[in-house]
Design a protein around this ligand. Structure first.
Ligand SMILES: Cc1cc2nc3c(=O)[nH]c(=O)nc-3n(C[C@H](O)[C@H](O)[C@H](O)COP(=O)(O)O)c2cc1C
Length: 372
């Protein structure tokens, strides 16, 4: 199917404006996923299950470790189809306390075909936490549903207290429909593009405020990784008192992906925004390797995200220390069959190497890691 998608469907989709295709794809998937027949058709075509792939993290059961990160289904309109497609978990969002139209620029989503990448300058448009929670209220998925939270992009930077109050409000609003929360604490395309929560004391204050929220479930935090080990330890210390924090993923604003692309500089200059592309993989794996050595592995897991496009990428990232991986851009370039391909390849590799589960493979190539 991947070949058919690349040869036939992708050229058609890529001929149209990227944001319109994104919206139209979600709308079509939403319609298909709403009917039991539609979901059956999708899983008959794309489903793949293997016991080895089952993962338990933060008290949640994931049927496989290949999850969809935030940014694809921003408003929770197609979760049923995406679950039928075979993702092990789905992050809806990022969603903010108040609705936002995102950045006013158009176009604000660009393909970078020479790099199989995407440049995004959406600025987290979303319907707002209340509307998204209402939409998801009746939805029952066979996989964990995460709600990714972000500050509202108003076009101007907000103070840390205001952002904390907003994130807490958004958390309260979506909790009834979420199996877990994912905190997007460093959105590169939001006002000012900086994060208060790079300051560990601010992160701690945010988590203290969240700790007061009734019924809070597992929380995963997307942090910007500090450059030095002492900075990493400061982040980990800030998280330490809060046992509802179950895992970490990374977005590294210091890593200049643009410099590593094949896309000509002149073409790139016209495409503003944060870049996702397979060339990010080595950095993703370096982060997983480094953080796995420093986290308390009895209570935290790592989620590998950025540049994962194949089963081998996913497997290597798991062997370096990730318990889950997330895949977005590969879905756009390889089509819906990529989820099954990665899962099948993962199951084959686990069997080949004598692992009965993903958990057994996590971190085996990170031998310098001190057992914790
Ligand atoms: C179009 C687009 C929109 C995104 N929006 C969000 C978002 O709202 N929140 C977020 O945390 N990450 C967002 N991301 C980042 C993805 O979650 C993911 O971290 C990134 O694309 C790297 O993974 P990939 O290499 O598999 O694409 C977005 C990415 C893309 C391409």
């Amino acid at each position: 199917m991947s070949g058919l998608y690349r040869a036939c469907l992708r050229p058609l989709l890529f001929a149209a404006d990227a944001e319109r295709v994104h919206v139209a794809t979600l709308r079509a998937a939403g319609v298909l996923g709403r009917s039991a027949l539609g979901r059956r058709l999708i899983s008959a075509r794309y489903g793949f299950d293997d016991e080895r792939l089952h993962v338990q993290v933060g008290g949640l059961r994931f049927p496989n470790p290949v999850a969809l990160p935030a940014g694809f289904d921003k408003n929770g309109v197609a979760t049923e189809a995406l679950a039928a497609l075979g993702f092990g978990a789905i992050d809806v969002g990022s969603v903010s306390a108040r609705p936002s139209a995102g950045n006013p620029e158009r176009p604000r989503l660009h393909r970078l075909p020479a790099d199989e990448g995407i440049a995004v300058f959406y600025g987290v448009p979303n319907d707002g936490a209340a509307a998204v929670a209402a939409r998801l209220a009746g939805v029952r998925l066979p996989v964990p549903l995460g709600l990714s939270l972000v500050e509202t992009n108003t076009g101007r930077p907000a103070g840390v207290d205001e952002v904390i109050a907003e994130l807490v409000q958004a958390a309260r609003t979506v909790l009834p429909v979420a199996d877990y929360l994912a905190l997007n604490l460093n959105c590169p395309n939001s006002a000012g593009g900086f994060s208060h929560f790079d300051v560990p004391a601010h992160l701690r204050r945010l988590l203290q405020a969240l700790a007061e929220v009734d019924g809070l479930g597992p929380v995963f935090v997307r942090v910007s990784p500090p450059a030095h080990p002492a900075g990493i330890d400061a982040v980990l210390q800030a998280l330490d008192p809060f046992d509802f924090v179950k895992g970490l993923s990374f977005f590294d604003p210091r890593f200049d992906l643009r410099r590593r692309l094949k896309t000509p500089a002149a073409e790139l200059a016209a495409k503003r925004g944060s870049v996702s592309a397979p060339v990010a993989l080595s950095h993703t794996q370096a982060l997983v390797r480094e953080w796995y050595r420093r986290i308390d592995r009895r209570r935290l897991v790592l989620i590998g995200v950025g540049g994962i496009t194949t089963a081998e990428d996913a497997y290597r990232t798991i062997r370096l220390g990730a318990s889950l991986v997330q895949v977005y851009t590969a879905l756009v370039y390889q089509g819906p069959g990529v989820v099954r391909e990665i899962k099948r390849g993962l199951a084959q590799r686990l069997a080949r190497d004598g692992f009965a589960s993903v958990a057994e493979a996590v971190g085996v190539d990170n031998r310098a890691a001190v057992p914790r």
